[in-house]
Design a binder for this molecule. Structure first.
Ligand code: HEM
Length: 378
């Protein structure tokens, strides 16, 4: 295009040898450059070579040059059109279209995770679901409302300092599980994918629908949070309130969130604790609250950290922090509620999880336009 216009300018010069002089002179007479005045000036400059005595312009140019100029202009325009439509013909890659993912795209990622969950039933109690949920929770649970740091935006657990925090032991299994999904959908960020993994895990383990927003970005190692932001299972209710209060949660939400321990198990080679909380560790129910209240719990006699076991079967476990939900009066009222009302648990759990997964994320997607994914049961 640039060379076409150069050709055109050259052609003009041939056509009107006095173009530049006339033009300059005309410009000097510019006082109020209205459009009409400019058009007249320009037409003068273009068409005339010399002013006659009565002021009328007399044409002195070369018409062959003019025609050549017009042809060059047309050819240039054609070439430019072709360039914009088919840049590859010019050896250019062209402008890459920016991919904007929509609901359908995220649903595809959801489906891919759900498919992998179904295929890989060799893990633990038959599902990667619990550890996927734990990954999403640990990515989000580092949030500090005072400094607005941490949270699921960033996926900083990819980096050694945070990935190596004691609380995150074993979560590599979840991150590795999701890696092929990232390869299949490279446009999604790790941070959006990890949270989508948590949403998918809850829904596929028959929990409530968890509305989801996308828009997290992956950040560098400098955004890793300091160790100690996640809860320590050997502590009491004061610690639970300090940790979850720092994220902005109240007692009710703390108890609702703890209901996630209906799922999965503790591993001696990860946290040091051992065993599942319920008899159905791959299905989300309010059984965790029921068992907390209905079973008799005693200290487990073993060479490991202090934990509880059910007197009857000695196959289930509770962490010291779990027992606080019965001991602490304020926590207890919600434990009672959720034990007798699964719907109340599901509703409060959904609301608290949506909040948890969105802590500290600067979303563009409005709150009233969250995505609700179809699960494989729908
Ligand atoms: C006081 C709060 C909490 C404490 C002290 C705590 C502690 C623990 C510990 C020690 C484990 C065992 C890890 C292992 O050995 O593999 C565990 C597992 C788990 N936690 Fe929590 N947790 C808390 C809150 C939560 C919350 C809020 C969620 C989710 C909303 C959650 C979801 C899970 C899940 C799903 C597992 C099972 C992981 C698996 O099976 O691999 N936890 N938690």
């Amino acid at each position: 295009m640039a060379s076409a216009s150069r050709t055109f300018t050259r052609a003009l010069r041939t056509a009107t040898p006095s173009f530049r002089a006339t033009s300059t002179r005309s410009s000097a007479r510019f006082v109020a450059p209205t459009q009409t005045a400019f058009r007249q000036q320009w037409q003068r400059g273009y068409a005339s070579g010399k002013e006659t005595e009565d002021g009328a312009d007399k044409y002195e140019g070369n018409p062959t040059g003019l025609i050549a100029g017009a042809i060059a202009l047309l050819a240039g325009a054609g070439a430019y059109g072709l360039y914009t439509q088919k840049p590859e013909l010019f050896g250019q890659e062209g402008k890459k279209k920016v991919f904007v993912a929509r609901f359908e795209d995220y649903q595809k990622v959801y489906d891919a995770i759900a498919k992998r969950l179904e295929e890989h039933d060799e893990y633990d109690d038959g599902s990667y679901g619990p550890v996927l949920l734990r990954l999403a929770w640990h990515a989000s649970g580092t949030y500090d409302k005072l400094t607005n740091t941490g949270g699921s935006n960033g996926a900083t657990m990819r980096f050694a300092p945070e990935g190596d925090h004691g609380a995150n032991a074993g979560l590599k299994a979840a991150r590795d599980f999701l890696e092929p999904v990232k390869e299949a959908f490279p446009w999604i960020t790790y941070s959006d994918m990890w949270i989508l993994g948590g949403v998918c895990a809850i829904q596929e383990m028959q929990g409530p629908k968890i509305p989801y927003r996308a828009g997290r970005s992956d950040r560098d190692v400098s955004f890793c949070t300091p160790d100690g932001r996640l809860p320590d299972a050997s502590k009491d209710s004061g610690h639970i309130r300090a940790i979850f209060g720092r994220m902005g949660f109240d007692d009710r939400a703390m108890v609702a969130l703890s209901g996630a321990h209906a799922l999965g198990r503790c591993h001696t080679d990860r946290s040091g604790f051992s065993g599942p909380w319920t008899f159905s560790p791959t299905t989300l129910t309010n059984d965790y609250f029921k068992l907390l209240l209905e079973e008799k719990w005693q200290y487990k006699k073993w060479n490991g950290p202090k934990q509880f076991e059910d007197v009857k079967t000695k196959t289930l476990m509770m962490l010291p922090t779990d027992m606080e939900l019965v001991k602490d009066k304020s926590f207890r009222q919600f434990t009672d509620l959720y034990a007798r009302d699964n719907e109340a648990f599901f509703n409060d759990f959904r609301d608290a999880v949506v909040t948890l997964f969105e802590l500290g994320v600067p979303f563009q997607q409005p709150e009233d336009q969250r995505y609700t994914f179809k699960s494989s049961f729908d």
